[in-house]
Design a protein around this ligand. Structure first.
Ligand code: GLP
Length: 263
């Protein structure tokens, strides 16, 4: 696993955006580049950077297909807290050449959640799988909506949100955890692990405990993101604040081995 430590959120975002753009630009196959995407505050800086690069002609999304990680169950697209709305507002609407038909987001209003999730998995497979899955994590180490004790081999399916997550996410729902949907559709940890590369963004002091668990702890369903220790192409891009709970030698080790790497 690589851990790329950047001084602050802006630098972490720029690094991750440049990494993703370089991967898209290097993709020379006939089939599209397939990109997995998260929501949340962590990736907003990456989305801003990628949109700027796209507008400046530095990276094209014409041959990119995206699959989002998750969606609240029961929120329509038009709801300003749906992940469909988030993705269009913060990213897709800013891109000059993203094809709407190449955007895949789980339908939170489906009356057949299991079928919707099975079709999502099939569609990913039809493109030959995900090339790069970007993710963020919750303070409890959840990846997508795979809360603690979700199977590390889980596939796309319905997830029940923990009270903790509903409290954390209530900042977007009038600070009322009851207004946060109780369930979501989410790709599984197994789904993310099938991706050729995984890039997880971790920033801020409030993620420091999860960061230490994911980097230094055991692979454990308690911190579902820790599964990426078993991935052969996993990178964590983080800021200094997220490193607060790492052991000093862990922190120094990653700074040392990454010091000559540009991307
Ligand atoms: C939600 C999303 C996750 C995201 C997490 C962290 O729970 N389902 O995919 O990683 O929030 O969000 P933030 O980046 O705002 O801390």
């Amino acid at each position: 696993m690589r851990v790329v430590i950047q001084e602050n959120y802006d630098k972490m975002s720029k690094w991750a955006a440049q990494y993703i753009a370089a991967k898209i630009n290097a993709h020379k196959e006939d089939r599209p580049f397939v990109l997995g995407l998260p929501t949340g505050s962590s990736p907003i800086g990456v989305y801003n950077e990628l949109a700027k690069m796209n507008q400046a002609g530095e990276v094209s999304f014409a041959n990119v297909v995206t699959f989002n990680m998750d969606e609240y169950l029961g929120l329509p697209r038009e709801h300003d807290q749906s992940y469909w709305y988030f993705m269009h507002y913060y990213f897709f609407d800013k891109l000059v050449d993203m094809k709407p038909e190449n955007i895949n987001i789980l339908n939170g209003m489906t009356d057949d959640p299991e079928g919707e999730c099975a079709r999502y998995e099939e569609k990913m497979a039809s493109y030959g799988g995900i090339d790069l899955f970007m993710g963020g994590i919750g303070v409890d180490g959840h990846l997508a909506f795979n809360e603690p004790y979700t199977s590390l081999t889980s596939r796309t399916g319905v997830r029940i949100l923990t009270t903790d997550t509903r409290i954390v996410n209530s900042r977007f729902f009038d600070n009322d955890p009851e207004k946060v949907p109780a369930k979501a559709l989410s790709v599984g940890i197994g789904t993310v692990m099938d991706s050729k590369e995984v890039l997880v963004l971790i920033n801020g002091h409030n993620k420091a405990r999860a960061m230490a668990a994911v980097v230094e702890g055991n692979v454990s369903q308690k911190w579902t993101c820790s599964a990426i220790q078993m991935h052969n192409g996993a990178i964590i891009a983080c800021d200094e604040a997220a490193c607060g709970e790492l052991m000093v030698d862990t922190y120094k080790y990653f700074l040392d081995i990454e010091k000559d790497e540009r991307l």
